[in-house]
Design a protein around this ligand. Structure first.
Ligand code: XMP
Length: 516
């Protein structure tokens, strides 16, 4: 294993199994220092070889005494690398270096008042005498190891932070990476920039330059192919590769006809006209519709669309001569997850490209060190339009999952028009993009209505709008009644075939975000 960005000053986050490791890695990057997550049992030899500039030990299980509690090689504390331990990481540091961690039954969870007790602290300099911090632990350090100074406490935890600046070892029982810790990010920055002496150089421009250089090195004068979907990840891959290797890149845009209004046009306009990328636009709506005729089962729809995508893609890809590489928009969370045993199955499946017999390309994954928000920032920096950079999550099979029942060209047209109205109106009201996702759904039912003097028998449109942080859970967005009324009026007046509009007021769980 090598560092993903070798020329960058790098911080390793040792992952003790807490959900906080990714958050810590992101906070470090927000402080403009490149970070990677590594397993907690990384060896001294590997650390000597990969030379991180500092280490952060993440939180972990409730207790260092728990059965199978993860440990690290204690020799790492003697390597002279600046180390900052959080929560479980602090308890391990104390235990390995001769302090004690008494077993207790009283935990401390949630907000706590942090009091700085040391007159001078390298790590907490600038943190006021009292501030708010976030705790989530049962055991805690009773006596700090020799050489350490206790620098802060809370009402329950006597050693809320400790440090031995001589040996460059620092630790906090609270979680500075959590936004609830008032001076958390300042503490992280102080550790990185002042204590460890790492300059804040991981910026967008820097990322782009570095990725560009790596891609050039990797592909030399070979040709590269990239599948474009109109989504953020593949769009940023295309823009980045184009910057790196220009004409050596060909993009294939498989347009399955299930995209939203004007999306296909926008992909072509952006990549062919603006970026002048060699773009093959395959308009395959008819081909897809004949395969999908009469299909109502959602899983089957997904399978047909997925398989056909690769078929069309490889038909085009193999027609080109001398292509050696296939570019893919794998992101850092995919890489982290495929590294952990439990998630390996899901993600390896995700990355398995069904090469037809006799066909093979080497994979190039220029975004594999980046988090989603960094990918968006790179996209914006490269000049991709807002509609692409801030695109909401959109299923690969597109509107096919938002048409319940069989799919026809007419239904697609109806849904596209209604969906465009929903997006236009909500964006106008939600300019700061606080709503996670919103769209229209066309269910497979009809009902009676009346328009003018005439009885109608039309489809309803369901509006779905949710707030969420990660799509794992979601709540229906509390849209103003006036906004709902406006969308309803517009949809019924402007979209032929629709005579009723409903708003979905189901959270996730028990519902999902998509219908299907
Ligand atoms: P559900 O409906 O399961 O959706 O609550 C969770 C999130 O995943 C998005 N989604 C997809 N995203 N390819 C994607 O990239 C897909 O096939 C897909 N299906 C669902 C959905 O829009 C929501 O944000």
């Amino acid at each position: 294993m090598t560092n993903l960005h070798e020329s960058q000053p790098t911080v390793f986050v040792l992952d003790f199994g807490a959900q906080y490791a990714q958050l810590i890695a992101r906070r470090v990057r927000e402080a403009k220092v490149y970070s990677e997550i590594v397993p907690h049992d990384i060896s001294v030899e590997e650390l000597s070889r990969r030379k991180p500039d500092a280490l952060i030990l993440s939180g972990g299980p409730a207790s260092v005494y728990a059965e199978g509690a993860p440990r690290m090689d204690p020799a790492i504390f003697g390597m002279g690398i600046p180390i900052l331990g959080f929560c479980y990481g602090m308890q391990l540091m104390a235990l390995e270096l001769g302090g004690d961690v008494p077993k207790t039954d009283i935990g401390e969870y949630g907000f706590a008042e942090l009091t700085v007790v040391a007159s001078k602290s390298r790590l907490l300099e600038g943190v006021p005498e009292t501030s708010q911090c976030w705790m989530s632990h049962r055991d805690s350090v009773g006596t700090a190891p020799e050489g350490f100074t206790v620098t802060a406490r809370t009402a329950i935890t006597a050693v809320a932070s400790m440090e031995d600046p001589e040996r460059k070892l620092f630790a906090t029982q609270f979680h500075p990476e959590v936004a609830h810790t008032e001076f958390g990010q300042e503490i992280i920055k102080r550790f990185l920039h002042d204590v460890a002496g790492i300059p804040p150089v991981w910026t967008m421009v820097n990322i782009i330059d570095e990725v560009t250089e790596r891609v050039r090195e990797q592909v030399g004068s070979d040709r590269v192919i990239c599948g474009l979907s109109g989504g953020v990840d593949s769009s940023v891959v295309a823009a980045l590769l184009h910057r790196a290797i220009g004409d050596q890149l060909t993009c294939v845009f498989v347009d399955h006809g299930m995209l939203r209004l004007d999306e296909a046009t926008q992909v072509v306009r952006t990549f062919r006209d603006q970026f002048r990328i060699d773009l093959i636009h395959v308009s395959a709506e008819d081909r897809y519709l004949s395969l999908l005729a009469g299909v109502t089962d959602p899983e089957l729809k997904r399978r047909i669309i997925g398989e056909e995508f690769w078929k069309v893609f490889f038909e085009e890809a193999t027609r080109l001569e001398g292509v050696k590489w296939l570019a893919q928009g794998t992101l850092y969370p995919d890489v982290i997850e495929s590294g952990s045993k439990t998630a390996a199955k899901i993600k390896s499946h995700h990355n398995l490209i069904p090469f037809p017999e006799g066909v093979h390309f080497d994979l190039i994954e220029p975004l594999k060190a980046l988090f989603k928000d960094e990918v968006r920032a790179v996209g914006a920096e490269l000049g991709l339009p807002d509609e692409i950079v801030h695109r909401q999550p959109f299923p690969g099979p597109g509107l096919a999952v938002r048409i319940i029942g069989d799919i026809t060209h007419e239904k697609l047209e109806i849904l596209r028009k209604a969906d465009a109205i929903v997006r236009e109106e909500i964006l106008e009201w939600d300019r700061d993009r606080t709503v996670w996702q919103y769209f229209a759904v066309l269910p497979d039912i009809r009902s009676v209505g009346v328009m003018g003097d005439e009885r109608t028998y039309g489809h309803p449109i369901i509006i779905r709008a949710v707030s969420s942080a990660d799509a794992m859970t979601a709540d229906w967005a509390r849209l103003p009644h006036d906004l709902l009324a406006k969308m309803s009026n517009r949809i019924i007046n402007e979209v032929e075939g629709i005579n009723r509009v409903a708003y979905d007021v189901t959270s996730k769980p028990p519902g999902t975000i998509e219908w299907e």
